[in-house]
Write a protein that binds this ligand. Structure first.
Ligand code: BV8
Ligand code: ZN
Length: 250
């Protein structure tokens, strides 16, 4: 696939010192993981927004736990895709860089991303829903979900709808959005808050905003550049432009 990038795009990436990359489920689609829209077809009458809530867990802990187990079981079977790999490589070319992912699949870490935060937790971690301790190894029990020593039910260490995001993580993301002169939003429908507001903050601070998504989103109008392309195809080309602009060679 070849791509011609506009001169203001190239100038923006050449001059940028601080870059924030926000990702959503779309960046993992080419690894074979379903996006949130995709999953609705599979979980009969529930949609993810109804399953990923403390109320759903309180009312049917087994169903919510099994939904996460079904998602967890896929992780060892999938690999990071060229989109994850290009984003991991991008870290090297900016003075300040932060990847802010909404995903809980751990694929960015497996692709080599280090300067990153997970806004919504991680599917590979479990914690007690009562005392909050992290559960490294699930106890052997035929109760589903299993229980913590304190008797509380064990749950995935992810942020559900209606729950606060981890404070330190969110603070780091806000700070970066406030100082970024370049922001990429990759593979997200820009519906979920507060993640979707990071672009607004960066925009208000004069950042150059780029959206990579398969379809237009509610926020597409605020981006300087929108690429309706697959992340796995265009992120490697964007990385090439960044390397050229930053090092003069490719
Ligand atoms: C909070 C972890 C304070 C769990 C997730 C206004 C009205 C109503 C409600 C709210 C509101 N403002 C805030 C809220 C509350 C709510 C919210 O935002 N609701 C939305 C639905 C309106 N937010 C919260 O509750 C947050 N907490 O606000 O705390 C508070 C506290 C108490 C009371 C009030 C407020 C917590 C949000 C975190 C929820 N947890 N995940 C889990 O994963 O199971 S969010 C979850 O859904 C994902 O993490 C992800 O972030 C989100 C889905 O979004 P996307 O990642 O964008 O995925 P999606 O499928 O939507 O889009 C994928 C895109 O990729 C598509 O556009 C597609 O075209 C594109 N694509 C596909 N393939 C490719 C591609 N693009 C490129 N390449 C491809 N190959
Ligand atoms: Zn406990």
């Amino acid at each position: 696939m070849s791509m011609v990038f506009s001169s203001d795009f190239i100038e923006a990436i050449r001059s940028a010192q601080s870059c924030l990359v926000l990702t959503g489920a779309g960046v993992s689609a080419e690894s074979g993981l379903m996006t949130f829209r995709g999953m609705q077809g599979l979980w009969d009458d529930f949609n993810p927004q109804e399953l990923a809530t403390p109320e759903a867990f309180a009312c049917d802990p087994k169903k919510v736990w099994e939904w996460y187990q079904w998602r967890r079981e896929k992780l060892p079977l999938v690999q990071p895709n060229p989109g994850h790999l290009a984003i991991a490589e991008m870290e090297k070319y900016f003075q300040n860089f932060l990847l802010v992912t909404q995903n809980i699949d751990g694929l960015h870490q497996r692709a080599g991303s280090v300067k990153m935060v997970e806004l919504h937790g991680n599917l590979n971690r479990n914690k007690c829903s009562r005392c909050g301790i992290m559960i490294e190894t699930l106890p052997d029990s035929d109760e589903v979900p299993p229980r913590c020593k304190c008797g509380g039910r064990i749950r995935p260490d992810v942020v559900w709808f209606g729950e606060m995001l981890p404070e330190a993580t969110l603070k780091k993301a806000w700070q970066m959005a406030g100082m970024a002169d370049l922001l990429f939003s990759v593979g997200t429908s820009s519906v979920v808050q507060p993640a979707a507001s990071l672009g607004l903050v960066a925009r208000n601070n004069g950042a150059f905003l780029i959206e990579v998504n398969l379809e237009k989103t509610e926020l597409s109008g605020m981006f300087n550049q929108v690429f309706l392309e697959k992340a796995g195809q265009i992120m490697p080309l964007i990385l090439e432009e960044i390397v050229k602009a930053k090092t003069g060679k490719y």
